[in-house]
Write a protein that binds this ligand. Structure first.
Ligand code: UTP
Length: 314
């Protein structure tokens, strides 16, 4: 039985906070920016060297101490479920050939510390709607949301970003939103955080005032963009339920966050390392190169391959 602790929120009210053990991973989108690769393969199953993107996300959850993952999925994305299930025939074949290392990798796709359950989003009605589909399974508890097309390269930091966000939530009861610095020209592409001009350092948090969607460079309140990792209290459910369809007929998570910040404090957490948006071709290709150069088996050769050979005639 989990222990509730009483904490003060910045709005001077006391509320119960539980350890965060659950995470929602919405994987029901069409992945249309990666077509035709994603016609028959879910974008979350595209490989980054030798593991599909979604496996990195599940491992990130496990490292941070999450024990229950809820994937919001679609019938066309059965491959994701298969990846985290047993594969009897393959396992027997590997075992009989003595390929024990490969066998361990196949059996270890799902970390032993996590359970994964699946809920269907019948129609892709937006990220907010996808998260809401997990309400019955998550229940009246705080939870993390990880966008599975965003890969985090923690850059060999000692403590993971998600772990720190969870620790912050558990200490304060305040929602956490992850941010990353972008170059000035790119603020127009993202949700940009207003943190009241605070000079936030990587690995630290500051109160979030508001989020401005895709501002002009002149109007941008900072150069810190929202990255795809969130910790929410259960009060977000009612707000998602009351959020009507916005841009493109979709129920947006950001609209529910706009409402949440009117009644509760939210913290902006500035990540260490670097994120890769694997939902578009350039971001995906960069992620493959980045992870390949760090891969224990092929990293050295890939790095050599990418290093320009000096021109002897120069
Ligand atoms: P994206 O908007 O990046 O994913 O949503 P998408 O809709 O698959 O991408 P494009 O625009 O068609 O290329 C972020 C995450 O939320 C999930 C997606 O699967 C993705 O992992 N999502 C999005 C849902 O689960 N349901 C939705 O209705 C929308």
């Amino acid at each position: 039985m989990e222990q509730a602790i009483q904490v003060k929120t910045n709005k001077h009210e006391s509320k119960a906070v539980f350890n965060v053990t659950k995470a929602v991973l919405p994987v029901a989108g069409f992945g249309s920016r990666m077509l035709p690769a994603t016609k028959a393969i879910p974008k979350e199953m595209l490989p980054i060297v030798d593991k599909p993107i979604i496996q990195y996300i599940v491992e990130e959850c496990a490292r941070a101490g999450i024990t229950e993952i809820v994937m919001v999925t679609h019938t066309s994305k059965k491959a994701i479920e298969n990846h985290f299930s047993t594969a009897d025939e393959l396992e027997q074949s590997l075992a009989s050939k003595g390929k024990n290392e490969l066998l361990a990798q196949v059996q270890g796709t799902k970390p032993s510390t996590v359970t994964i359950s699946y809920v269907q989003q019948g129609e892709a009605k937006g990220l907010g709607h996808a998260v809401l589909c997990a309400k019955e399974i998550i229940g009246d508890e705080p939870f993390a949301v990880l966008l599975p097309d965003v890969l985090i390269d923690e850059d060999d930091s000692e403590v993971d970003n998600l772990t720190l966000m969870l620790q912050n939530f558990e200490a304060t009861g305040t929602s956490q939103i992850m941010l990353e610095a972008v170059i000035a020209e790119d603020v127009t592409k993202f949700g940009i955080a207003d943190i009241n001009g605070v000079d936030l350092q990587a690995g630290k948090s500051s109160p979030l005032i508001r989020v401005v969607e895709k501002p002009s460079q002149e109007d941008a309140p900072s150069n810190l963009a929202i990255v795809g990792r969130y910790i929410f209290p259960p009060s977000i459910w009612a707000l998602l339920e009351n959020t009507s369809a916005g841009v493109g007929g979709e129920i947006q998570l950001t609209d529910a966050m706009d409402e949440l910040i009117k009644t509760e404090s939210m913290d902006a957490y500035y990540m260490t390392g670097k994120s890769h948006d694997c939902g578009n071709k350039l971001g995906y290709a960069k992620a493959v190169i980045n992870f390949a150069t760090k891969h224990p088996e092929i990293g050295k050769e890939i790095t050599q391959c990418l290093t320009p050979v000096p021109d002897p005639s120069a």
